[in-house]
Design a protein around this ligand. Sequence first.
Ligand code: PMP
Ligand code: GLN
Length: 382
Amino acid sequence: LLRPDGSIAPTIFAEMSALAARTGAINLGQGFPDEDGPVEVLEAAIDAVSAGKNQYPPGRGDPLLLEAIARHQHRFYAIPVDPASEIVVTAGATEALAASILALVEPGDEVVVFEPFYDAYAGLVALAGARLVTVPLRWPDFRPDHDELRRAVTDRTRIILVNDPHNPTGRAFDQETRELVVELAHRNDAFILTDEVYEHLMFSGAHRPIAALPGARERTITVSSAGKTFNTTGWKVGWLIAPPVLVTAILTVKQFLTYVNASPFQPAIARGLDLGEDVFAGIARNLAEKRDVLVDGLRAAGFAVSVPDGSYFVIADARPLGFADARELCVSLPERAGVVGVPVTAFVRPENRSDYASLVRFAFCKRRGVLESAVDGLRRLS
Ligand code: PMP
Ligand code: GLN
């Protein structure tokens, strides 16, 4: 990440958002919504500020939010969670992942991830001095081969890091894969770190957390983020749920990362998590319509598409349009189509890039009219 001249390479998201800003192209690169989420959540934050919730909250999080997270896990997944000892509120899912990895991983340990992977995973594993071991998810269905997963997990594995639903592929894992992860974690005495930030952005069937599986909870850290569910990515409210002994270890790191997190947003997210099931269903339904607009539009423009089960991302293959190098295409896409996307190679280790060279990730968490304009632009490619 450090360039020869000592400067720091920006993340792919910063780079592509800058490209969109510079060219005026529609930004389907970095994943963030372009409209607000439930008004109850926004008003609750304003109320909290007015009520004077403006000083440091407790390090583990505002008890109102801890209790709402516990209620949420019980209501949606029938998982009992003790709000006082098994939850930590964090600065987005990113801090939950960072504190977990830094607390549990020693230099030289191995962390198993599915590739392509969210870019922060490799950075965090490197910060911990650990080694990243990858299990490929291959175009077009992006399902892991179970033998490859078995071979990747060994007694050197400290953490199996699962992202379900998955960024960038949009794939939800199947239950057999989740069960195999639990079995391999047991057999090799590894922890499971499961990043479920897109848990409510599912288009067919409900999300099923790994922690609900028999024998999983005692070794699983479940991470989520309010940013995705409630369109509040800028609030950076996330959390982790883990057994008390792991929470204690993770808090020792977290106290020196951020100490505590923004106080007025915590009761506001508590309000969101307590909203009715119709609101959660509406969030997923609304996003499913947007997915369809972009998937249909990409196909009409000549891309091959892997239809996502969840998240707000879709991967498209540019080969049918005659483009073999998605990075090159993404750099010229603002000029050719007035759109910005992210090359999937940004989520892949350098040595594996050739397997993903022609794939582009597009985000569809945008207003319908914006997606329709993007689709019109993409049609100019053929
Ligand atoms: N994990 C995944 C898979 C993500 O897509 C994101 C959002 N970019 C994050 C973690 C980070 O979430 P947050 O903004 O809550 O830190
Ligand atoms: N999660 C979003 C994405 O994958 C944003 C990531 C970021 O800006 N770091 O696009």
